[in-house]
Structures are given as C-alpha cells and as structure tokens.
Design a protein around this ligand. Structure first.
Ligand code: ADP
Ligand code: MN
Ligand code: MN
Ligand code: MN
Length: 345
C-alpha cells in the first residue's frame, strides 16, 4: 500500500487556506506517475466552496511529490478543485487561471520565477521566542542571527528545509528575518541542470512548502502565520518578494526588457495590489524596507522600492526583476498570473 496525501486550496476569503486528506492506494505495479493517483472528491460545504445539498467537488491531481513526513513510498499530491463534471475549474481554483494564461501563449516567453516566502512562528498568541510580558529588544540582531539570544524556531526551520529537499522542491535558501520569530525560505530558479523554474511548477511547490511548514510546526504546537503584519508597530511585516524573468530579460541587453516591463508595471499598480494579499496596507507603509502602498517606485538596488533590480543584474546588464510588493499571505498562482498579464501583454 501507499499513502497519498491530497492537498488543495479551500475557498476561504480573503485568504485561501490549505486542506488535505489521505487516500490509501495499492502499491502501483509499474513506476509511479501522475496517473497513479485517481481523481477524488470532498465536501465543498465544509471548505467555503459549496452551499447546501449537492456540495461534492472534485480533486484533480496535477503534481505529486515524495512525502517526507510519512517517508518512502508515500506521496503528497497537489490537486486542482473542479466541479463534479470533472472538467470545469471551481471559482476558487486560481491555478487554472495561471495554467490558462501559460497555455494561451505566455509559455513561449520561458518565464522563470522565484518566491521569497516570509512567515512568523507563533506560540499561542506571541511570536516564538518573545518574552511572556512586553517585547524583545529592538530589531537589529535577529536578521541572519545565530545563538539562542537572537534566534528562535531553528529546529522547525531545519526540519522544514530537509522535508522540502526530500520532496524535490526547488528550495534555494533559508534565513532568519528582521523580527524575532520570523523566517524566510526561497523557492525558484537555482540554475541546476534539468530544473525549469516555470511559474506553475514554482507556485505548486510554494503551496506544498507552506503545507509542509504547517504540518511540521504542528508537531511542536507552533502555529505558522503568513499574516502581512503579524505584530503592529515598529516590527517588520512579512512579504513574498517575487523574482521574475522572461527569456529576453536573461539574454544580452536584457536590462532593456526589464525596463520595458517596469514601464508596464508602473501603469497597473492598483491591479497588482488588488491580488497581492489581504491587509497589504499594514505592511506597505514606506517603512521597514517597503514602498508605501499608494506609490509605485522602481529602481536598481533600492530595497525601499516597489520593484528592485538586484545589483548583480545591473552589473551584468541582464537577469530578472524583483517585485517587492506581494505579501506573505498572497497566492503564488494569482501573483504569477498578474505579473504575466502585465509584463507579457
Ligand atoms: P534577496 O536579495 O531579495 O533577499 P533572495 O536571495 O532571497 O534575494 O532570493 C532570490 C530569488 O530570486 C530566488 O527565489 C531565486 O529563485 C530567484 N531568481 C534567481 N534568478 C532568477 C531569474 N533569472 N528569474 C527569476 N527568478 C530568479
Ligand atoms: Mn530574500
Ligand atoms: Mn526577506
Ligand atoms: Mn527580496
């Protein structure tokens, strides 16, 4: 037998969450492939995806990963939610929108993407490592810190890192963040042979990495928050910087393509903000390495801009751009779709 943990996005608004349930399957006779996993169903009335009596919805497997939690011969299966006709994507199925955009032509631009996912670990009502009463010392020593005085939660972070690697996720790196209890992992292009960091692959992987993080933290009774501004006041928020390139941006003189993209992005700021996460205004204040939500600013090396061109991209004259606006609770499918709509139009 094998265990297959089916994962999907629910319909909760304004921020969709993750759900999963496990299906026992007979050991496959031949090598495992996507078709080893049958479509399945669930009760949409319990996930804000259906009302009333006929609430069954379909789970359509689209990607599978070795399951690092249950170990060998078990799998995690990412699914799209469909209506019971087995064809029509459910309204909450934001992956299908991205898939359609790519199929309609955006795939030809050979897009690579990379998400920097920040998050905050919580023990009951306070970030992990914070004192019972009051606050930790002001921000400064925590970012990329080492030692029990300035770091909390590393045990979970290391387990998560190992789990992502065992699942074959394109995890690029991990770092402790500016606020105590806050961390970041990056998933995306890492230049390894045979890997293509296309938007669908990387968005799926980012959702699965989020699921793994929730699942691992569960064992410690720690809650993972993807809130944009988990603690009000002079404490950093949590974002999901999105790194984006087309084939042309990565070629000789690609910097001109990057500049063209920025020009287009400057005209659609509102449309991007609309899908970049709930309560984004609490994070994009103009402080804490952000640009105010009401402004659009782009520039090389500028960590206070909406769009930054990284230093090594400037010096090489080609590469990618970084959209610093998406919040930690943004949906990678929607962020990728919006960037494609603007940049590849
Ligand atoms: P930062 O300096 O902003 O903290 P990180 O090192 O945390 O940057 O993240 C860099 C991200 O850029 C990674 O997710 C990586 O996958 C992504 N990336 C690198 N090269 C490209 C590229 N050519 N196109 C798109 N994304 C890229
Ligand atoms: Mn980063
Ligand atoms: Mn960061
Ligand atoms: Mn960044």
């Amino acid at each position: 037998m094998i265990c297959a943990e089916y994962i999907w996005l629910d319909g909760v608004q304004p921020t969709q969450g993750l759900r999963s349930k496990m299906l026992v399957l007979p050991s496959p006779k031949s090598t495992i492939s996507l078709s080893s996993f049958p479509s399945w169903s669930f009760d949409g009335s319990s996930t804000s995806q259906a009302k009333g009596s006929s609430s069954d919805l379909f789970l359509n497997p689209v990607q599978y990963f070795p399951d690092p939690i249950r170990g060998e011969k078990n799998y995690i299966v990412m699914c799209e939610v469909l209506h019971v006709d087995g064809k029509t994507p459910h309204e909450s199925n934001t992956r299908s929108q991205l898939r359609t955009l790519l199929d309609k032509g955006a795939n030809e631009e050979k897009i690579w993407i990379g998400f920097e996912q920040e998050y905050t670990l919580f023990e009951e009502n306070k970030p992990l490592g914070w004192p019972e009463e009051g606050f930790p010392k002001p921000q400064g020593p925590f970012y990329c810190g080492v030692g029990a005085e300035v770091v909390s939660g590393r045990e979970i972070v290391e387990l998560h890192l190992a789990a992502c690697q065992a699942a074959g996720i394109y995890l690029c790196g991990v770092n402790a963040e500016v606020m105590l209890g806050q961390w970041e992992f990056q998933i995306g292009h890492r230049g390894f042979e045979g890997e293509i960091a296309d938007p669908l692959t990387i968005s799926d992987q980012t959702w699965v990495a989020r699921w793994l993080l929730h699942r691992i933290a569960e064992e410690f009774s720690i809650h993972v928050s993807f809130d944009n501004k988990p603690i009000k006041g002079d404490w950093n928020g949590a974002g999901m910087h999105t790194n984006f390139s087309t084939y042309k941006m990565r070629e000789e003189e690609g910097i001109k393509e990057i500049e063209k993209a920025i020009e287009k992005l400057s005209k659609t700021h509102k449309e991007h903000i609309a899908v970049y996460g709930d309560k984004l205004e609490e994070r994009l204040t103009g402080l804490h390495e952000t640009c105010n939500i009401k402004e659009f600013r782009a520039g090389p090396l500028d960590r206070g801009a909406s769009i930054r061109i990284p230093a090594h991209v400037v010096s090489k004259g080609r590469g990618y751009l970084e959209d610093r606006r998406p919040g930690a609770n943004a949906d990678p499918y929607r962020v990728a779709s919006r960037l494609i709509q603007t940049v590849c139009s």
